[in-house]
Design a protein around this ligand. Structure first.
Ligand code: PLP
Length: 355
């Protein structure tokens, strides 16, 4: 029996979209492929609020994170860290020999614009990485406010991991001056894993021509060269592209504002419920609109709760991440999940725990 996913990636994929994966395959050097690629572009640019090219990575989000830091840093990169994924971005930079420093704060606290200002004012950096929505802790950093600070430093490129936010919350890529914004499609896009999209600014593409090549598969100059022909340098995940194309059409038919509003409604419901029965892990004012990380204030066995929900209700929620595995649990409310489904999960938890 299928367990319906309320995990913060992968998320539940609708059967209509799954069917798209079975579309007969096309040759990636044939015109029909370029047509598919070209059809996807304007839709993605709408969802990402950008005029920039949106590159398709046949990789999970981690691959695009690697592309960002290997291609867009000429001098030194500042990695803002307040969770597992922002820490991973620092490790990716270190692992690829990209000069970088981590600025780490407590994981239940948001990165504040003043902190970013203080770091950038040292003049050491020409790029900064930020995770919009820390999926490990359910914390949303104040992206527009931080973007405002970064824009005051014209040489500093702004690289944003929007993995569990994009397509669930509005990200004004161009208005906020984001140079590289990426998201794997298995989160709020509600698609099967295997593809990551990233909008890349013109100046980031220009810089990527100049930095010493640190990567081949994730080389922005190579990807952009193919992009101009509506192609990819290597064979892409063609099945996922069929699914992406169909899902983007459905998303735009729903309306992005309606989609964001639905996410906000679901978030409110889960947050109110969590405050009533438990507590919420990150500090108030910075709760994610796509995933809630709930504090285990009742000293429950989280693994038992997760197992029972899967066995008796066919609902899959998630335990905490890393060090807070048993101290928290996470309910994702993103993608194509609907309000009544989220309410159903909360009801099931109430029944299991006799709340
Ligand atoms: C899931 C996630 C990642 C990593 O994604 P993969 O697709 O597993 O590489 C990175 N950042 C954030 C914020 C995430 O939620």
């Amino acid at each position: 029996m299928h367990k319906r996913l309320f995990t913060p990636g992968p998320t539940e994929v609708r059967p209509e979209i799954l069917k798209e994966l079975a579309t007969p395959q096309i040759y990636h050097r044939a015109p029909e492929f370029s047509d598919l690629y070209a059809e996807i572009q304007p839709k993605l640019r709408k969802v990402l609020y950008t005029k920039n090219p949106v590159l398709l990575f046949t990789a999970s989000s981690t691959g695009a994170m690697e592309s960002a830091v290997t291609n867009c840093v000429a001098k030194r990169c500042l990695n803002l860290v307040n969770g597992a994924f922002s820490k991973r971005w620092h490790e990716i930079a270190v692992g690829n020999g990209v000069p970088c420093d981590a600025f780490e704060i407590e994981w239940n606290k948001a990165i504040r614009p003043e902190m970013v200002d203080a770091q950038l004012s040292t003049g050491k950096y020409d790029a900064v990485t930020l995770v919009l929505n820390e999926t490990s802790t359910g914390l949303a950093n104040p992206l527009p406010e931080i973007a405002q600070v970064v824009r005051r430093y014209p040489d500093v490129f702004f690289l944003v991991d929007a993995v569990s936010g994009m397509a669930g919350v509005k990200i004004e890529t161009d208005a906020w001056g984001i140079d590289f914004v990426l998201a794997g499609v298995q989160k709020a896009f509600a698609l099967p894993a295997g593809l990551t999209v990233a909008a890349v600014s013109e100046r980031a593409l220009v810089r990527s021509e100049k930095v010493p090549p640190r990567s081949y598969y994730f080389s922005l100059p190579l990807m952009y060269k193919s992009h101009q022909k509506n192609q990819t340098p290597a064979t892409p995940a063609i099945p996922q592209m069929f699914a992406l194309n169909a899902q983007l059409t459905d998303m735009l038919a729903e309306g992005m504002d309606a989609r964001f509003a639905r996410h906000e409604r679901m978030a409110k419901i889960v947050q109110t419920w969590a405050k009533k029965h438990f507590d919420i892990y990150p500090e108030e004012g910075y709760w994610s609109k796509t995933v809630t990380c709930i504090k285990n204030t009742r000293n429950l066995s989280i693994s038992d709760l997760v197992k029972t929900l899967a066995k008796d209700y066919n609902f899959r929620i998630s335990n905490g991440y890393g060090a807070i595995k048993e101290k928290t649990f996470r309910i994702a409310h993103m993608g194509d999940a609907q309000v009544d489904e989220i309410e159903g999960v909360l009801k099931a938890i109430e029944t299991v725990l006799k709340l």
